[in-house]
Design a protein around this ligand. Structure first.
Ligand SMILES: CC(C)(COP(=O)(O)OP(=O)(O)OC[C@H]1O[C@@H](n2cnc3c(N)ncnc32)[C@H](O)[C@@H]1OP(=O)(O)O)[C@@H](O)C(=O)NCCC(=O)NCCS
Length: 182
């Protein structure tokens, strides 16, 4: 079964994808240009205001650390973190296939991005999230991110409105598990 089949019928796709992943497992690998079709298919399904393919291409050409988590020949999750500069890294995007939510893949992807950032000497990792995105906020808090402020009207919202961004940060302490695992 290929990616196209999984997208044809979201209900069948959900069961098929989850059971296929249970059997085959999934692995991390760097994202490349050939992945963008699959990445865009997920991006446009989960976000009301998705990134354009151009933004992903720019991330790849800028050398941002871009990863997919792949199993059963399907991209299950993807994430992008900016290279650390002056001890800081920024998670720019993290997304899980809509038919595989709440299976732990989001957490695995964020942990991967944190490890990559720590390998690149990041001491603090930042991200922005919509205050309405309760699931994502819960995931970040669970991993140790704290709210550090808000960016007023940062995001596009329905009806031409704007939504604030919640700014969150994770401080990598000496002896933290993320440091120890690198
Ligand atoms: C947010 C997102 C990445 C979470 O990925 P996921 O694989 O579904 O989440 P996980 O299964 O790894 O969940 C890990 C923890 O996060 C929290 N969480 C994740 N999704 C949640 C939800 N919808 N509601 C409540 N808690 C949630 C829970 O604490 C969960 O642990 P628990 O199940 O033991 O309570 C995923 O929902 C997604 O891709 N959303 C669309 C894109 C997006 O919003 N990205 C973030 C932009 S800032």
């Amino acid at each position: 079964m290929g990616l196209f089949d999984l997208f044809k019928n979201p209900v069948i796709g959900e069961n098929t994808l989850k059971s296929a992943l249970e059997k085959s497992g999934a692995v991390f690998r760097p994202m490349n240009e050939e992945d963008l079709w699959g990445v865009m298919a997920i991006e446009s399904r989960v976000y009301q205001f998705p990134w354009s393919e151009r933004i992903f291409r720019d991330c790849l050409s800028s050398g941002y650390s871009s990863w997919v988590y792949e199993g059963a020949n399907v991209i299950v999750a993807y994430g992008i973190v900016s290279a650390a500069a002056a001890g800081e890294a920024h998670i720019l995007n993290i997304c899980v296939h809509p038919d595989a939510h709440m299976c732990g893949y989001g957490q695995r992807m964020v942990e991967k991005l944190i490890r990559v950032a720590v390998e690149r000497q990041a001491e603090t990792i930042f991200l922005e999230v919509r205050p309405s995105n309760h699931g994502a906020i819960r995931l970040y808090e669970r991993l140790g991110f704290n709210e550090i402020g808000r960016r007023k009207g940062y995001y596009q919202a329905v009806g031409g409105q704007r939504e604030d961004a919640l700014m969150m940060a994770l401080k990598i302490e000496d002896g933290s598990t993320f440091k120890a695992s690198c």
